[in-house]
Design a protein around this ligand. Structure first.
Ligand SMILES: NC(=O)N[C@@H](CC(=O)O)C(=O)O
Ligand SMILES: [Zn+2]
Length: 423
């Protein structure tokens, strides 16, 4: 073995103490801890810390340009880093919309400025349609050349199936995958509460699960007909899972994500008109939560994503119907999913697949599998450092989370990206 630049000693990998040797931003070797020295190489003592590949979030809203009072690229990437994320894909619903190379390049410049020594990797998602208006396809070749890895109309679901079909075909020409926010925009568009007992009792118009699953059905049928990939964003309900499961059995090139809040919370969270729990798609019932957990375990749902959707306090402190949709998720995502591992709902292998391996595979992103030559992108999670979610402990500008006041079971102690320490 050539000599390492530094060594992470005694980190827990699959429950056993391991040493990780890093050189030139890459993994040199991961091996069982032996107590041996490594010459002059600096050593970081990681005793008691859990070693994970740096997480990849394929769905965040960083709000810059245009909505910097909610979040900006520096604060969003800082929240990502402290949340254990080494790579982030940011959505196009900025102002101006990310539908051209100038906006994409500006996002990438801002990320470099925020972390001159190297920070989380940023992969912008281009708009699917010009201005997200759903009329005209965005210039996808230009977006791909500028650094976009996918295109999406997230936040503004595409009703026009003809346009959507052409988007999938056009995107494939440039190696871009379409990410679809599945929602029939004519059915209770984005009201942020599930249609059911709670919405009736609160007197709110509800968003039915079928508004989501109708579009999932369209998308899997289109992916099958065209033989091209489509990625389904933030799946929240049983009916969507069943459609995706059957499509995958037929070999359809469909991938899907769900978010920590759909594994953890139910529609009960909006009781008392709590706008912190107003999100699109809405929180569903326990039956759906159980289905989402099972679908993630079996791989029908390939991956997790935060759908980090920060908003300012004053924007959420309004009557429920007027509040914007979204939950701020980067600060808490790893902690709550590690909590699900502690509870036995997910295994650590499920977590690694859902937060790193599967997203990397779907979008062609760098990932660390701890094989020699892999990028040294890794997180060291401290399972003994519990903390309480509060505006003071969050790094995102958006404190809009129904988890405020909850105790998280552990925290990110270190994040390395490309062999450089970020946290
Ligand atoms: N997921 C959300 O609740 N909100 C998203 C947009 C969207 O997908 O609706 C946002 O940009 O705030
Ligand atoms: Zn969305």
């Amino acid at each position: 073995m050539s000599s390492p630049d530094f060594v992470i000693k005694n980190a827990l990998w699959r429950g056993e103490a391991h040493d990780l040797c890093v050189a030139d931003g890459k993994v040199l070797e991961l091996r069982p801890a032996s107590g041996e020295g490594y010459g002059d190489a600096p050593v970081v003592d990681a005793s008691g810390l859990v070693l994970l590949p740096a997480l990849i979030d394929v769905h965040t809203h960083l709000r810059e340009p245009g909505f910097e009072w909610k979040e900006d690229i520096a604060t969003g990437l800082s929240a990502a880093a402290h949340g254990g994320f080494g790579s982030v894909m940011c959505m196009a619903n900025t102002d101006p919309v990310n539908d051209n190379a100038a906006v994409t390049e500006r996002m990438l410049d801002r990320a470099r400025e925020a972390f001159p020594g190297g920070g989380p990797r940023l992969f912008p998602v281009g708009a699917l349609s010009v201005g997200l208006a759903g009329h005209e396809l965005a210039p996808m070749g230009e977006l791909a050349a500028a650094g976009c890895r996918a295109v999406s109309n997230d936040g503004m679901p595409v009703a026009n199936s003809e346009l959507f079909r052409h988007a999938v075909e056009y995107a494939a020409d440039f190696g871009l995958t379409v990410i679809d926010h599945c929602e029939d925009p004519h059915m209770a568009l984005g009201v942020g509460v599930n249609e059911g007992a709670i919405s009736s009792r609160l007197g709110l118009k509800g968003q039915p699960t079928v508004a989501e699953s109708l579009q999932v059905a369209r998308d899997v049928l289109l992916a099958e007909y065209l033989g091209l990939p489509i990625h389904i964003a933030h799946v929240s309900c049983r009916e969507s899972v069943e459609l995706i499961a059957r499509a995958k059995e037929r070999g359809v090139r469909v991938t899907a994500e769900t978010c920590p809040h759909y594994l953890l919370l139910t529609e009960d969270a909006v009781e008392g008109y709590d706008t912190a729990a107003k999100v699109n798609p809405p929180l569903r019932t326990m039956d759906h939560v159980q289905v989402m957990r099972e679908a993630l375990r079996t791989g029908v749902i390939d991956m997790l994503a935060t759908d980090h959707a920060p908003h300012a306090a004053h924007e959420k402190e309004v009557p429920f119907t007027q509040a914007p949709n979204g939950i701020s998720g980067l600060d808490t995502a790893l902690c709550v999913t590690m909590g699900l591992v502690d509870e036995g709902v997910l295994s650590l292998d499920d977590l690694v697949r859902a937060w790193a391996t599967a997203p990397a595979k779907a979008f062609g992103l760098p990932v660390c599998a701890f094989a020699p030559g892999d990028p040294a992108d890794f997180t060291l999670y401290d399972p003994s450092a519990s903390w309480v979610v509060s505006p003071q402990t969050m790094h995102s500008k958006g404190r809009n989370t129904p988890l405020l006041g909850r105790t998280m079971p552990g925290r990110t102690a270190f994040l390395y990206v490309n062999g450089k320490r970020v946290v």
